[in-house]
Design a protein around this ligand. Structure first.
Ligand code: SAJ
Length: 447
């Protein structure tokens, strides 16, 4: 057993986490709780000040958890020397896509920082940022080779698997551990086994990267399926929500996804683009994924169109309308507004109507003010109240007793109270053909 493996197995290793965001901070806290000495490097001075102050900015880490990690020696810092000479490093910096191309700058910089700070002895470097399949072997390892002896460097890929706003805790979610050789796979496995109940080793970092992008692409494509069906069901005069519920009674072979205002967050709209980009790099095209992406990107305009049409059917001109939108974050019970379809809808409506947005989890956004509670806004005077995100904090009975007209994009609002409720997908009013919205996939293929 190498000295590195021993130090990891005996929780005597020193861990350097690069990037203290919604992935790196929970990992730092968990590694500290597992008994490792953990140092965290982040370029964002404001964040480090908050952390040193014991104030967490990540939903999955409470101030209490952070305080006990700090007491146990967790050291967040903006000086890269804080991660000098660690036994193991975890890269947890943000990635993304711009103009269809993966953004790898932060990963490159993190790798160079590790290359500069790591000592001469055996060292483990783990990529946990979500990257395109092949990135660890093609970008990270060669860059490390520019700084140090690769024979003394174990490189692995362990994709993050958090559950924002969900019931699963980090230690309940198995982790995939990919590496090109047993030594690296074992070292990374030992480190992550200290914080999760189960690890699943695979024979390469590329397999781990593909598994990660597949997990999120699977969700994105299936959400697009039910979103597109929603527009179709309207013509078919069938209720998508009832159909999904009925299909869910099958004990195998079907997993329910639900229509909605679109897909947001930093993962589901983004990660599939790592695959489509990679495919184009390799001279082919993943058209199914691209079509699904177009359908989901279309949904905010479907919802805006529905709301405008509901008002028009009641002779209310959207430009004179007062609209209350419920929910600004990208999904229930989180405060994250990245790529939020609900925010996009509120913003679009706000260009014409008088819009008040309400969200108990979002203080404010760059685009518009946000009221923290429905109690603060005049639902009774609103021409329509649109439920875009079904936060648990929303009292849907109160809402549907105070409002006169509700547009429900999440099929969550009771229909037996005062309000008339129109749910996405179950409108049955006959419409002239010209007004019918058509899936962008059809219009794209008819082009
Ligand atoms: N959504 C629907 N219908 C559904 C499910 C979701 O419209 O049936 C929408 C949500 O409202 C939201 C978006 O999709 O706008 C994404 O929400 P999500 O809950 O599907 O995903 P995230 O981004 O919060 O978290 C995902 C998770 N990935 C998987 O479950 C495979 C999480 O485990 C990952 O850690 C995270 O991506 C990530 O960081 O990759």
């Amino acid at each position: 057993m190498t000295d590195l493996q021993t130090r990891l197995a005996e929780n005597r290793a020193r861990i350097g986490v690069v990037g203290l965001g919604y992935v790196g901070l929970p990992l730092s806290v968990e590694f500290t709780e597992a008994g490792y000495s953990v140092a965290g490097f982040d370029i964002d001075a404001e964040r480090v000040v908050l952390l040193e102050d014991g104030r967490s900015y990540v939903d999955d880490v409470s101030d209490e958890q952070l305080a006990s990690a700090l007491d146990a020696g967790f050291t967040p810092h903006t000086d890269p020397a804080v991660i000098e000479d660690c036994d193991a490093y975890v890269i947890a910096v943000p990635t993304g896509v711009s103009n269809g191309e993966p953004e790898m700058d932060a990963v490159r910089k993190a790798t160079q920082t590790i290359g500069a700070q790591a000592g001469d002895r055996d060292t483990l470097v783990v990529v946990s940022s979500t990257v395109y399949p092949g990135a660890t072997n093609e970008v990270v390892t060669p860059l490390l080779g520019d700084h140090r002896d690769l024979d003394r460097t174990q490189v692995a890929m362990v994709p993050e698997r958090l559950n924002p706003g969900g019931e699963y805790q980090i230690d309940e979610i198995p982790l995939i551990v990919g590496a090109e050789d047993d030594v690296a796979r074992r070292a990374a496995g030992t480190l992550f086994e200290s914080i999760v109940g189960e690890i699943h080793p695979v024979d390469s970092s590329t397999t781990a990267e593909l598994a990660k992008t597949l997990e999120n692409t699977y969700r994105m494509v299936n959400i697009a399926l039910v979103n597109e069906l929603t527009a179709f069901a309207e013509r078919f005069d069938a209720d998508v929500w009832d159909a999904i519920e009925a299909a869910s009674t099958k004990p195998f072979g079907f997993q329910a996804f639900y229509p909605g205002p679109g897909v947001g967050g930093h993962c589901i709209p983004i990660d599939p683009q790592f695959l489509t980009w990679r495919a184009s790099e390799l001279g082919t095209e993943l058209s199914l994924i691209k079509s699904a992406q177009r359908v989901n990107e279309w949904m905010p305009s479907v919802v805006v169109n529905r709301i405008e049409r509901i008002l028009a059917e009641r002779d209310i001109d959207v430009e004179e309308a007062s609209i209350v939108t419920l929910g600004v974050s990208y999904k229930p019970d989180v405060g994250d507004v990245r790529h939020s379809p609900a925010l996009e809808i509120s913003r679009k409506l706000d260009q014409e109507a008088d819009v008040i947005a309400v969200d108990p989890h979002v203080e404010t956004t760059d685009e518009m003010a946000v009221a923290p509670a429905v109690g603060d806004v005049p639902l009774e005077q609103a021409d329509v109240v649109a439920l875009l995100v079904d936060h648990s904090a929303f009292d849907l009975d109160e809402i549907s007793n105070r409002a006169s007209l509700v547009f429900d994009a999440r099929n969550a609002v009771p229909t037996d109270n005062r309000a008339e409720v129109v749910t996405l997908g179950d409108e049955t009013e006959a419409r002239p053909a010209g007004e019918r919205l058509d899936s962008p996939v059809n219009s794209a293929s008819n082009r």
